[in-house]
Every structure is written in C-alpha cells, then in structure tokens.
Write a protein that binds this ligand. Structure first.
Ligand code: IMP
Ligand code: MG
Length: 176
C-alpha cells in the first residue's frame, strides 16, 4: 500500500485464511448437533467473522454488539458502554463471542460477565489475535487464531483511527 505507517507484517494473508479455516473446522467438530449463535463485536471482528462463519459447516446464526471502552485511544479501562446490544435473546443458546483481538482482556471480561447473566446454554470465545504479554485478567479464549507480540496491530479488520481495516494482512503500526 506504500503507507509509511505500516510496519512489519505480523500475519500474512495465506496464514490468516488457513488458520480461519482451521478454526471453522474446530468449531464444526466441537458444536456438532448444535446451532451456535456467533456474537460478533463491532466493528473490527466483522472481517474475521465473515470468513470464519463460511468455514463453519453447521446451521448457525450471527448477531452483533457494539461496545465502547472508556480510556485513551490505545488503552482500555475496563469500563465498557454498550452502544448496540444484541437483537437476539441468548438464553438457552450456544453462544460464541467472535473478537478481533484480546489486548488487556478487560473488554472481553466485561462482555463475558454481561452475556453470562443472560443465561446462555454455553458461552465461549473465538479471538483472532491475542497479545499474551498485555493480558491483565484471568481469561483464556477457547479458540485463538494467533498470538502476537506487544505491538499495535492493524489490518484484517483492525484499525487505527478507523483506517487500515481493509488490509488483507495484519501488520504492526509503526510508532510515530
Ligand atoms: P482490551 O479491552 O484491552 O482487551 O482491548 C480490546 C479492544 O481494543 C479490541 O477489541 C480492539 O478493538 C482494541 N485493540 C486492542 N489492541 C489493538 C490493536 O493492536 N490494534 C487495533 N485495535 C486494538
Ligand atoms: Mg474490537
């Protein structure tokens, strides 16, 4: 793209596509006989979700949630506000939260608590990326695409100030 802000490539397009298909196959096996409801966290996870869902060979549904985390642009505080709630009632459903990236884990911890209170039959997490060095809370997603180093990542849905979501790979943003 010739953009000076784009640094080292962290995950190549082929590796993304291959791993997403593997995750879809794992979910297909683990949820055999069930009809999972994928809860996609807007906006970053939309890109991952659309590839993942096409790799799941089960009857499944999708719903969307938008949250904003109070804090600075690159640090979340753990105080989360729901901007858009689910349309679906999830009581009794097998719910899989689809996230783009788990950084501190604070956003996900809030979502897990919030959705658990609605009494789904089961609740798991599928995160494309995690940054193990940054994790501040005790949680481990059942499905993880890639563990990445402690860098600010963009591409394949991940943004910096709403840009770079359309990159077909995941790259580190070059520090200014
Ligand atoms: P957490 O609450 O610290 O885990 O942050 C989670 C949210 O912050 C993610 O869902 C992303 O929207 C955003 N985020 C965290 N790290 C990155 C990154 O490296 N690139 C882009 N967005 C990020
Ligand atoms: Mg996000």
């Amino acid at each position: 793209m010739g953009d000076a802000a784009i640094g080292e490539i962290l995950v190549q397009p082929d590796d993304l596509q291959h791993r997403v298909r593997e995750l879809g196959a794992e979910i297909t096996r683990d949820y055999a006989g069930k009809q999972p409801l994928l809860v996609c966290v807007l906006k970053g996870a939309v890109f991952f979700l659309s590839d993942l869902m096409r790799a799941i060979e089960l009857p499944c549904e999708v719903d969307f949630m938008a949250v904003a985390s109070y804090g600075s642009a690159t640090q979340s505080s753990g105080v989360v506000r729901i901007l858009k709630d689910l349309d679906a009632v999830i009581a009794g459903r097998d719910v899989i939260i689809v996230e783009d990236i788990v950084d501190s884990g604070l956003t996900l911890q809030y979502l897990l608590r919030n959705l658990k209170a609605r009494e789904p039959a089961s609740l798991s997490v599928c995160a494309l990326l995690t940054k193990p060095e940054r994790l501040k809370v005790d949680l481990s997603p059942r499905y993880v695409g890639f563990e990445i180093p402690n860098r600010f990542a963009v591409g394949y849905g991940l943004d910096h100030a709403e840009r770079y979501r359309n990159l077909p790979y995941v790259a580190a943003l070059r520090e200014a």
